[in-house]
Design a protein around this ligand. Structure first.
Ligand code: PMP
Length: 383
């Protein structure tokens, strides 16, 4: 199998499996219990918090463990609404994660003003539109650090500075950047940041919302855990695995990023040579080193994925979370890609297990899709 769907999820690292198993087997105490066994779990929790904080570029006290990035994003949104006045206004980039977009759209149904900030043809937030939106008071600005479909990076520090100057709380969804590029919560000057363990070798169902120290952010789930910021007995096996994955990511991120970036660039260059109808989305913007979102003129995503899967190669059409539906990616639509072209978009996302031999097989397989006759469909927009 050649797994090219690392932005959907990653295989858990062996040491993560070990840590999760060990926690289930012998570290299963409740960190809230006052006895020694509980205190053992409490100290494991503190250690894990420090590891996650180190990956986030944050302080341990700023880490709130959640059930993943979906919950962290919802926590950012619900907290903003709970803090805001009578007529809250929420600002979101038009390319946010589909789960987050859906939550925001549900707010519209109850009369809350949700404004989607436009991006340019490469998927980068339009600075003019951001400045205009920030001229009026808002309860939250949320922009992802790296897009899950295209890998396109946003200038997070600049956006955070503008939000800070306007007095608008800024949330960054760093789920796709975590473990692939360094995170710098403190240096960016963000107020809130979402992460998820399973995107970099950790277990599913475990993530964090980083909340800037001193910022009073109401809980999504009430209870005494996480200093009253997230109720519910902590997912200790998940948190133990998250911590081990965070530590591993800090150690391997740089060499992995260089290696995967070179593989991705080789793949992209080879496909450009062999496939005349190739479109690469977000190619002119800074991107995650592992991500390549493409379309081949005249071919649907299903056709391309089918051809790949017959060779044992697994990838996704757009966001995995929205696969199964035939709706064009909202990310590509926001970038101005016509719906018909967006329906051909396939995401190849590389990770630890991929090597040059595998990439050569992917090139060979996709090249077999090169048109043998004049292209039937209209040319796709090239980005
Ligand atoms: N945000 C982004 C950018 C993501 O890519 C994902 C996962 N696809 C999520 C949020 C949701 O993360 P989780 O699976 O932890 O709920």
């Amino acid at each position: 199998m050649i797994y090219l769907d690392h932005n959907a999820t990653t295989p858990p690292l062996p040491e993560v499996i070990e840590a999760v198993t060990e926690c289930l087997r012998s570290g299963w105490g409740n960190p809230s219990s006052k006895h020694g066994f509980g205190q053992q779990a409490r100290s494991a929790l503190a250690q894990a918090r420090a590891e996650v904080a180190a990956l986030a570029g944050a302080q341990p006290v700023e880490v709130v463990f959640t059930s993943g990035a979906t919950e962290a994003n919802h926590h950012a949104l619900s907290g903003a609404l709970a803090r805001s006045g009578a007529a809250p206004r929420v600002l979101l980039s038009a390319t946010e994660h589909s789960g987050f977009m859906k939550a925001a759209m549900r707010l519209r149904e109850v009369g809350i003003a949700v404004e989607l900030l436009p991006v340019d043809g490469e998927g980068r937030l339009q600075p003019g539109a951001l400045a205009t939106a920030l001229a009026e008071p808002a309860a939250l600005l949320s922009v992802m650090a790296a897009n899950n479909e295209t890998g396109v990076l946003q200038p997070v520090a600049d956006i955070a500075a503008q939000a800070r100057a306007a007095g608008v709380p800024f949330h960054v969804d760093a789920t796709q950047m975590a473990g692939k590029l360094p995170l710098d919560f403190a240096g960016w000057g963000a107020d809130l940041m979402s992460m998820s363990a399973h995107k970099f070798g950790g277990p599913k169902g475990c993530g964090a919302l980083i909340v800037r120290k001193g910022l009073n952010w109401p809980p999504l789930l009430s209870g005494q855990q996480e200093r009253g910021r997230r109720g519910g007995t902590e997912n200790m096996p998940g948190i133990a695995g998250f911590a081990v994955a965070a530590r591993a990511a800090r150690a391997t991120m740089q060499p992995d990023g260089l290696r995967l970036g070179a593989l991705r660039d080789t793949l992209e260059a080879a496909l450009r040579e062999t496939l005349p109808g190739l479109t690469v989305f977000g190619a002119a913007a800074p991107r995650l080193p592992n991500t390549l979102m493409l379309a081949i003129t005249g071919l649907s995503a299903d056709r391309v994925l089918d051809c790949l899967e017959r060779q044992g190669i697994f990838a996704s059409s757009g966001a995995a979370c929205s696969s199964g539906g035939t709706e064009a990616s909202h990310v590509l639509r926001a970038m101005g890609v016509p719906a018909a072209d967006a329906l051909g978009a396939v995401r190849l996302s590389l990770g630890r297990g991929n090597d040059a031999e595998q990439i050569a097989r992917v090139v060979q397989t996709l090249s077999s899709l090169a048109p043998q006759q004049p292209l039937a469909a209209a040319a796709a927009t090239t980005h």
